[in-house]
Unconditional design. Structure first.
Length: 131
């Protein structure tokens, strides 16, 4: 087995310093804000490309040394679905607003058309007849 540090395998370059500092802080204090929590972060594939993940890290003791176990879930498809959902929701809202404006516009035309055909209208606000 080829031994490599985790930050060399899956931690993107932009997060490596913070990762190393976090390990140093854990070694000094035995505390870390990311342990035993699920977080969303960016990971790196073996080809160097980055992708969104959900990450949970737990620590256990093996003798005097801590053993870190990371659970990683690829969120690529979930994020794509969220973007698609947001786009569809925006399209729905736009269509709904346009339909509302069209209804108002055609409703006004229909009322004026009735008045023209009947030669008199009832004023909507006070019920008076107009000719």
């Amino acid at each position: 087995m080829l031994e490599r540090y985790l930050h060399e395998c899956i931690v993107p370059t932009s997060f490596r310093d913070a990762h190393v500092q976090g390990l140093q802080r854990f070694n000094e204090t035995s505390e870390s804000p990311v342990l035993n929590n699920r977080i969303e972060i960016t990971a790196m594939r073996s080809d160097g490309s980055e992708f969104p993940v959900e990450l949970a890290i737990v620590v256990s003791q093996a003798g005097k040394s801590p053993v870190f176990t990371a659970y990683i879930r690829d969120l690529t498809e979930q994020k794509k679905a969220e973007i698609k959902r947001d786009n569809l929701q925006e399209q729905l809202m736009t269509t709904s607003r346009r339909a509302g404006m069209a209804e108002v516009a055609t409703g006004g035309v229909a009322q004026r058309g009735q008045c023209t055909q009947q030669r008199q209208c009832v004023d909507q606000s006070d019920g008076r007849q107009t000719t």
